[in-house]
Design a protein around this ligand. Structure first.
Ligand code: FAD
Length: 425
């Protein structure tokens, strides 16, 4: 549960923030047409979209020597979200467009966001220092007066310190101490180890929303590394497109596979008191030959052969045996699923009911349940293990609506944020 006053401040000042950031920086946003809210059927939800913003392409040539210091994107670096299947586009740009974007180094999505903001800093004469790990807040009495870095450097703050060190998802001790359920597969940068959180705790900060994260189901491909560690790939279209389901270790479905990633994470935290274990971990995404042929898989184009990291079998009993599932369970589950697809409704978990569900599915059948409901009928059958991951944790030092950190008594810790940090008019 978040503090309602923070939610109100977010809603009230969101438009003001977007106007300000577009005025003060080269960042330009456009709406993603049609992208439904994550819970569009809840009061105030927009099934037809209108709230999701996407940065316009930004030319990294404008950053000069700084362009190479931004970590390269893994997928679709030269497209806006709107142009990708996730944003309702095709993911294809014409050859001349692609060539021009490559030549002039135009980038989209998070790169466009970061590049535009970096350009604004450089234009103001602010040169960021990279590779410096903050380890401690300097203090005089209760007031925060600066930051100490791992190399011993100390920087004094003229107005205050902004802690922006990301979440704590890469620190096992913090993860197991605070998060509400298992999370083993973070998808963010591994430098997000909760340093800022620890520094704030030492300075006496109260904490909030610590049990929550941006939960996300992931796939881990052996040998696929980022920053020297196992990479966690987000799995979204693959579990939403027709002809795939997720099953737990009993071989049964346990959730609406097409639900938004953040809500779906809750299914991994369901505890079975009899087994005295988490009911839905480990789990697998199971799909048939036609799914792979028509849609591809995790960046592999349609028609690709199943890669070695996918478990494949000529029939469902053999796939169940390969995954260690109870005999007959997978065959029963798929038979039940296929009957429900024939009936046009997932009576068990309501997949396809929400306007959100089909958005990342087969757009040839969108809107409608056919965008996500499809039978598993064609051998060979395939499976990959799904992990409980996160895009980042949500908790941290408790703040007031102006972003000032509060101590355990609810008082503002002086120096924790510059005064008047709300967007200047
Ligand atoms: C794969 C993926 C996809 C996502 N997609 C979206 C999306 O489509 N839309 C959306 O809104 N959000 C998305 N997010 C979430 C979004 O990226 C985060 O919410 C956002 O980046 C958080 O911003 P931040 O500045 O708080 O932290 P971060 O962007 O995580 O940055 C924290 C930085 O602090 C650095 N740091 C850590 N410790 C220290 C230290 N001690 N000293 C100095 N530096 C330190 C880290 O190296 C890191 O660079 C996605 C996240 C991931 C991982």
């Amino acid at each position: 549960m978040i503090d309602p006053s923070l939610a109100e401040a977010f809603v009230d000042t969101g438009p003001e923030f977007v106007e300000w950031v577009e005025r003060a920086t080269p960042l330009r946003y456009h709406q993603v047409p049609g992208l439904p809210d994550y819970h569009p059927e809840h009061p105030g939800g927009l099934p037809g979209g209108g709230r999701s913003l996407d940065p316009a392409l930004f030319c990294f040539g404008e950053l000069g020597s700084w362009a190479d210091r931004v970590v390269p994107a893994q997928r679709t670096p030269r497209l806006t979200l709107t142009e990708t299947p996730l944003g309702g586009g095709t993911g294809a740009a014409s050859s001349p467009t692609r060539a021009q974007r490559r030549e002039q180094d135009w980038r989209g999505c998070g790169h466009a966001l970061v590049g535009s903001l970096l350009k604004a800093l450089l234009d103001q004469g602010v040169e960021p220092v990279t590779g410096a790990r903050a380890v401690e807040l300097s203090r005089e009495g209760p007031a925060v007066t600066g930051v100490r870095f791992a190399d011993g450097t100390e920087v004094a703050a003229r107005h205050g310190v902004v802690i922006a060190t990301g979440g704590f998802e890469w620190d096992r001790e913090l993860v197991t101490s605070f998060l509400r359920g298992p999370m083993t597969s973070p998808a963010s940068v591994p430098t997000n180890t909760g340093d800022g959180l620890r520094m704030a705790m030492v300075a006496g900060a109260a904490l909030g929303t610590m049990r929550e994260a941006w939960w996300v189901p992931t796939i881990e491909i052996p040998g696929d590394e980022a920053f020297g560690r196992q990479r966690a790939q987000l799995v979204l279209r693959e579990r939403t497109l027709p002809r795939s389901i997720m099953v737990n270790r009993t071989g049964r479905r346990f959730t609406n596979e097409a639900a938004n990633y953040n809500a779906l994470g809750g299914a991994f935290h369901q505890f079975d008191p009899t087994a005295f274990d988490y009911a839905n971990l480990p789990c697998w995404l199971v799909f048939d030959a036609r799914h792979l042929r028509e849609y591809g898989f995790l960046g592999l184009p349609p028609g690709s052969p199943a890669p070695g990291w996918v478990t494949s079998a000529p029939d469902l009993p053999a796939l169940a045996e390969a995954l260690g599932l109870p005999g007959g369970s997978l065959t029963d589950t798929v038979a039940r699923w296929n009957r429900q697809v024939d009936d046009g409704a997932d009576a068990d978990f309501g997949r396809g009911v929400s306007a959100y569900d089909g958005w990342n599915g087969d757009l040839a059948h969108h809107p409608g349940p056919g965008a996500t409901l499809g039978p598993l009928t064609e051998a060979p059958f395939h499976a990959v293990q799904i992990h409980s991951g996160t895009l980042g944790t949500k908790g941290g030092p408790r703040t007031d609506v102006d972003g000032r950190v509060l101590d355990l008594s609810g008082a503002v810790i002086p120096g924790s944020t510059p005064p008047g940090t709300r967007c200047p008019g």
